[in-house]
Design a protein around this ligand. Sequence first.
Ligand SMILES: *Cc1c(COP(=O)(O)O)cnc(C)c1O
Length: 277
Amino acid sequence: MSENTVPTSPATAPAASPVGSPTAESLIPLTPEESRAVRDRLDEAKARAASAAERSGRKAEDVTILLATKTQPAEKILVALEHGFTVIGENRVQELTGKAEALAGIAHESHLIGPLQKNKVNHTLRVATCIQSIDSVALAQRIQNRLEAVGDDPTEVAAGGTIDVFVQVNTSREESKSGVAPEEADALVEAVQGMDRLRLRGLMTIGLPGSTPEEIRPSYRDLVAVRTRLLDSGLLTPDQTELSMGMSNDFELAIEEGATMVRLGSSIFGARPPIAR
Ligand SMILES: *Cc1c(COP(=O)(O)O)cnc(C)c1O
């Protein structure tokens, strides 16, 4: 799909998402029981994350829970934001755009956690406050160029002239998965550091999808090792040490290994409906 087929104005545009994407119009309010179930699962995840942080010698505040909200209606996401959670992540820019209006009344960070095609950069910058999927110099440069071109025009840049980013590293040891290879992370990080509109926060990985918690542990150790190497060589500064890793099935293990941000979807919102493609 080309850039021209999506609305050109920011979050306030009527949702014109492709068929299959949730839109503000299609929402049905949650019942009190459904809202309570979401809040209960949030409380439980928060307690488990806090225990895992303590086991790893850190404080509960050192770990952020990002809510992975793909396919979930804005009504459910609002329940979570009203319950005190402040960071959401979407895989597709269309979903970020489609839900932005419904969520505009409550302060939160909006992260893109799925792959970003270069022709979607402009749209993403209108709605995202952070892009976790930086996996090539060309993509980073495209974002930098766009930000240089539009300055801090609030209709073009949600985050005010700059954008937070994570470099995504492919720790799955598989060819096909997104993210830069661990040995290529140094060059990409160095390039991003030279782009003044990108504020690098740290590294992100998905690991090996579908694996058991113990099978995925080496992926998370790999990401920690990349961070250590980049810190030792001075390519990362001590305030750029965030590690976004861990999902519903393995987030406690990820925290034990050093995650500073875990991305939780199904354990909070329940099973996802199949994604229309
Ligand atoms: C969906 C998704 C998650 C959350 O997965 P769950 O298993 O539902 O917790 C985390 N990260 C990314 C990149 C995702 O796409």
